[in-house]
Design a protein around this ligand. Sequence first.
Ligand code: ASP
Length: 417
Amino acid sequence: MKKLLKNNTVLLVSSLVFGVIFGFIMKLLPNNLYIDEIIVNGLMRLLGTGFINLIKMTVIPLVFVSLICGISSFGDTKKLGAIGVKTVMWFMVSTIVAIVIGVVCAQIFKPGAGLNCEYEIVNTVNSQESKNIVDMILDIIPSNPVKSMSKGNLLQILVFAVFFGISLGTMGEKSKKILDVFETMNESIMKIVMFVMKLAPIGVFALISITVYSTGTESLLGIIKLIGVFALALIMHVIIVYCGMLKFIAKIPVTKFFRRYAKVAGVAFSTASSNAVLPMSMQMMKEAGVDSSLYQFVLPVGTTVNMAGTAVLQGLTTVFIAQAYNINLSFQAIITVVVSAVLASIGTAGIPGVGMVMMAMVLESVGLPVQGIGLVLGVDRILDMMRTTVNVLGDSVTCMALARTENMINLEKFENI
Ligand code: ASP
């Protein structure tokens, strides 16, 4: 029993179930001031919003520092030459396609429609305001990065972090000390995130009970629909992008690759951490006959910056939350979602739960309510297990494709695995 309670997944699912039951009980009781003022708007709001605020507290430092660490890990792009550029290109293409698939699936299946959640805070960024493309670009270029940080403009912070990361990554030994500092900062912020995540069962309980109390069963149906649509979007991404890359670029038997990958997928699914799977993926590439200099570069970089599964989630969930709150996203807002989700997925660390934390920046980039995350947080572990499997798969597939185009694979060895 003690062991079960220590298991975060069990705790999260239980708090979700108890939150739903509690929300229902409050709903069934006759309307009274005590429930409204003291329980829902008092205690539950304190626990739920307090938890969301703790998440938000970590977002700006996490985005800034983790992106610098991730981007600078590309190192000297001149030295890495064509391989570095091609790796980045594949990662980018796959990430953008992933977000588009997520957004399109959300638009077609509308998992958030009808939830009718309420949003009291006034939008700071008008998602429907129409701006021309020049204004849009100018808006994301930070003329004063310190001001961007104090105002919490994540898109501008991201742009600055990209420049900073690239320049540090190309400075070699000179930037080593500061990069070590950033690495340490990254680790310490991750520790804070881990601590906040320990409080997730309490936050989830409060948020879901408020949701059920104020919106009823439709919210649960919406979340079940979201999980289904998410699974479908991930499968589409795997078929279109990864199977395509394996068949037409790596030119290897797709089923053979997946048979090999099943073991890695099992670990990715159960740990929900790309970082934890990295040694296994390396071993798999080695056994498949891929040149070590290639997989030793592509896989660690991919583990840090290539998160297609997370990108699908961020595209899909952003639209889901907009639908849940009855907020219309203009075409310009959708483009902003794509851009910020690309950066958010790059900035997502390969450990459980971070993709959902980074969702906050995608939501804020288009003025959507960050508390919408509370709608899906209770089931995030399930979503995380699914997206991590795809995140890890993307790194191995890209490595196989590059191995083939760069002639860095021993095909005989691959045949015999
Ligand atoms: N858990 C994911 C991973 O390790 C990251 C995320 O939360 O999306 O790949």
